[in-house]
Design a protein around this ligand. Structure first.
Ligand code: ZN
Length: 531
């Protein structure tokens, strides 16, 4: 049976940018647009040209994307002509493949907010759509407050949508602007709309104020809508927009949708979803939500020992989809509550063969518990756990010794008379009886230490040349009178493999040093470097 096409429309850069505390630069927007393009999103709404400098610049040049890059703006203002509305002119000038107008579709808003007549509102929609169609653009109309409007006056709400389609709009998008509608209401109202406007011209734009934006979007699809609007990680003002990161795998992996619909995201592209989600968080300097469906670090994590042994036998027993389908992975938690079976399963995953009755397993569990009690987090630092396990099992060679290190931070004027802060690290290592001293300057003490440490490791240098720090996270843990610092470092090598290591100390440099050392030694172990 031929599957119907469902279209995905991302508004992270427009509606998502309304989020409190989010302020995308021009470069951020370009990076995110490319990421969405690579993911296979059909439409990317870039912003509101003419409304601010960033968006105006964004729409001033060609971007070379496959996606339909869309400009957003208001339908012409009441009482003006299309040729005499600067907002509309900016939209028509923008280098955009499509234009999405927003217009009122609730008579109450037309009266109270716009202070105009229903007829003038309809004329504004018709005129704006006609002008954009004439300019050769694909046209969309966001019907603001559509569901509240429909409940109050269905004829008027429908007339607004119909006016746009009659003038050649490709899509009318039904917006639950206040985010208060419920799935059964959405399904019913969309069902009524598609009797008048074909479903393959109808989109849904849901907000998450009752935490049902995803459910509402799926309800609209069930009722006949064929475009879904949403944002990465559900970014958006108040409680956010519909989260595309949850919607996409649901459409792709759940039979009810996957059997009936095609989307622009392939299975290969779906595997990059977790990465895209985490990249956005990184750009916003936010910790990714561990419990995010599909892509969160805990989405496929199991703690209790009894589940772990079942998962080892048959993953589908405790997983609703395979984690690697969305670029995530199964995780058996090694932690305070860890049972022996979790540890055995984790050792098995790492490729360490140990007899299940080996007394060293119990010892490893004890060490993990002791160290987690003082702040280490092995759930988040898989590479440090692997090293710990290998050490307890006596399988980590002593490659080199750091005899001492020294980190200096200096603030002074540079040659241009500017105040600068410079960090300098000196590291003394012993490799095979030979003492090597390296020094490096960095933009901070940890950066300097990292550079100095990796500058010269003698015969091991070639093994770590592709090693790179990709993330550095610091948390202050409050334990009693003394604050303890936990550092998590994410590293990557030339093969693209990523791993995380942990260090804990009352001194941030010392905690960082531990995590850096673990990362280097982990890389040497993985590369099979000779002892
Ligand atoms: Zn919105």
């Amino acid at each position: 049976m031929a599957r119907e096409r469902l279209y995905l429309f991302d508004t992270t850069l427009r509606d998502g940018a309304q989020t409190n505390g989010v302020d995308f630069t021009l470069n951020d927007k370009l990076v995110i647009a490319r990421m969405l393009d690579d993911l296979g999103i059909d439409y990317v709404e870039g912003g509101y040209p003419g409304a601010n400098l960033t968006d105006t610049q964004l729409f001033a040049e060609e971007r070379g994307l496959k996606t339909i890059f869309t400009a957003f703006g208001m339908a012409r203002r009441p009482g003006r002509s299309t040729s005499n509305d600067p907002g509309l002119a900016a939209l028509l000038e923008a280098k955009a493949d499509a234009i999405c107008f927003v217009a009122k579709s609730w008579d109450y808003h037309v009266r109270v907010a716009l202070e105009t007549s229903p007829e003038e509102n309809l004329a504004s929609i018709r005129d704006s759509v006609r002008a954009a169609v004439r300019s050769g653009r694909e046209v969309l109309l966001d019907c603001e407050h559509f569901f509240d409007g429909y409940k109050a006056n269905p004829q008027f709400a429908l007339a607004c949508a119909k006016a746009a389609v009659d003038e050649g709009a490709r899509w009318v998008v039904l917006c639950d602007t206040n985010g208060g509608a419920l799935p059964h209401e959405i399904e019913k109202i969309v069902g009524e709309v598609v009797k008048v406007i074909p479903g393959d011209h109808v989109g849904i734009h849901a907000h998450n104020d009752t935490e049902q934006a995803v459910a509402n979007s799926l309800a609209a699809v069930r009722a006949g809508a064929r475009q879904i609007q949403g944002t990465l990680n559900g970014l958006g003002e108040r409680c956010g927009n519909a989260n595309l990161v949850s919607i996409i795998p649901t459409l792709k992996l759940k039979g009810e949708f996957a059997d009936r619909f095609d989307i622009g995201v392939s299975h290969a592209q779906l595997k990059t979803l977790a990465h895209a989600s985490h990249t956005l968080d990184e750009m916003l300097n936010r910790a990714p939500n561990r419990h995010a469906p599909y892509v969160g670090e805990s989405a496929f994590a199991t703690k209790a020992g009894i589940h772990a042994s079942a998962i080892m036998k048959e993953p589908a027993t405790y997983e609703h989809v395979p984690p690697d389908a969305v670029g995530n992975r199964r995780k058996l938690l090694v932690s305070e509550q860890a049972g022996k079976s979790n540890v055995l399963a984790e050792l098995d995953r790492i490729g360490l063969k140990v007899d299940k009755d080996d007394p060293r397993i119990g010892r490893l569990l004890d060490v993990v518990k002791e160290r987690e009690a003082i702040g280490y987090a092995y759930e988040a630092a898989d590479a440090s756990f692997e090293l710990l396990a290998r050490r307890v099992l006596g399988k980590v060679p002593s490659y080199f010794d750091v005899e001492k290190f020294d980190v200096n931070i200096e603030q002074r004027d540079n040659a241009l008379g500017q105040r600068v802060t410079v960090s300098l690290a000196v590291v003394k290592v012993k490799v095979e009886g030979e003492t090597l001293i390296s020094a490096a300057e960095g933009n901070g003490p940890v950066n300097a230490l990292d550079l100095a440490l990796r500058k010269d490791l003698g015969k091991y240098q070639s093994y770590i040349s592709g090693l790179e720090l990709t993330d550095y996270r610091v948390r202050i843990l409050n334990g009693g009178t003394e604050a303890v610092t936990r550092v998590l470092i994410e590293s990557q090598d030339e093969t693209g493999e990523r791993w995380t290591t942990v260090g804990v100390s009352s001194n941030i440099i010392d905690a960082s040093f531990q995590a850096l050392m673990d990362s280097i030694i982990y890389k040497l172990v993985r590369s099979g470097a000779p002892a």
